[in-house]
Ligand binder design. Sequence first.
Ligand code: ASP
Ligand code: MG
Length: 438
Amino acid sequence: MKVLKFGGTSVGSAQRIKNVAQLIANRGKNIVVLSAMSGTTNSLVEISDYLYKRNIEGAKEIINALENKYRAVIDELFDTEEFKMLAQNEIRDCFNYIRSFSKDIFTLFEEKEILSRGEIMSVALMYHYLREKHVDVAMLPALDFMKTDKNNEPDTQYIKQKLETLLERNADASLYLTHGYICRNAYGEIDNLRRGGSDLTASVIGAALGADEIEIWTDIDGMHNNDPRFVEGTRPVDELHFEEAAELAYFGAKILHPTCVLPAKLNNIPVRLLNTMDPEARGTVIYNTVPSRRIKAVAAKDDITAIKIKSSRMLLAYGFLRKVFEIFETHKTSIDMIATSEVGVSVTVDSTKGLDDIVNDLKKFGTVTIDHDMVIICVVGDLEWHNTGFETRAMEALKDIPVRMISYGGSNYNISFLVSKNDKVKALNALSDKLFKN
Ligand code: ASP
Ligand code: MG
């Protein structure tokens, strides 16, 4: 059994819902996890925002617009009056429920109830559509099994037990359908796994049932080996280690968040990234592979600021780095890259919020220099230090580009270079030529 998760854009219109239905109907007895239709969760957040502010008119305007959108989807989706009615009734109930919150006080609790309707509606539409097409689909309501504990972590024991019972009860079905993102918390209230949480839903279900594979369907064909916006001829990476995927995630490979696949990683379940627009493509599979001795991908992260703190007090002293790092901690700023020498340390940050205060505090310990508009270029692959030649090839590719910082050895999977924004495209292409074209 596999777990197949479809994101918001994959179910973002009547036509897309039809495409996904066709795809899942022929892929075996799997569990399908759906996100809300794209844009819906954002609209629900906006509705809640107006309700917090007691602007009932503002909320109603968005509710009406959203309801009209769903009406149009239903009109296009269904062929028979019978199923059209079923869907219409269910969606109408959802919107009446959302409207009912405009009367009383509005808190986080009510907001979560509203946010849950996005996935409830997308799954309802898919369920009725599959039924109309005579697919023997069974619904596994997420609110009946997906639960978090007092630390807001998935309650794996509970989830496993409830899921197995639900599957047994529906043993004859040819397909199972469930909601991403939504859950109940330790107090039984409706809650969610935070924005983008449907990936986590799929991963938790896969881990609970020991699935063969978790498929994450989006509208991109896997993770590319370089940024297609700046480099020609990029191609999807066939295989990635979970750690390599985690390194790439920071660089805006937004299709996957490391915490969302942690349950899959811990349970050794492969996660495959697939493209709804090109279902036959192999995509990218992420697993705990044996080392591959290869460089897999290059990625860049913009808007980086480098801060250098130089002090002769650092020479042969201890505690200097702690003092420096404490300043960043005080200002709640996370550091990304680090390079040190005996008399100085350079760090990078990806936000300039509070930078003036940080610099002010750092000046107590040394001379501070700032470089704005920098870019981290990250080379990801099996870069375990006993392997030879990888660093050289990456460095050689960048031989004509001024490099401000280099960081290697923090993990076995990454080497990072800090260059000026103006050299980004040149650096990405040079690495692509040297590392991937032979
Ligand atoms: N619908 C939720 C969101 O937009 C969860 C998800 O799509 O994964 O954040
Ligand atoms: Mg950071």
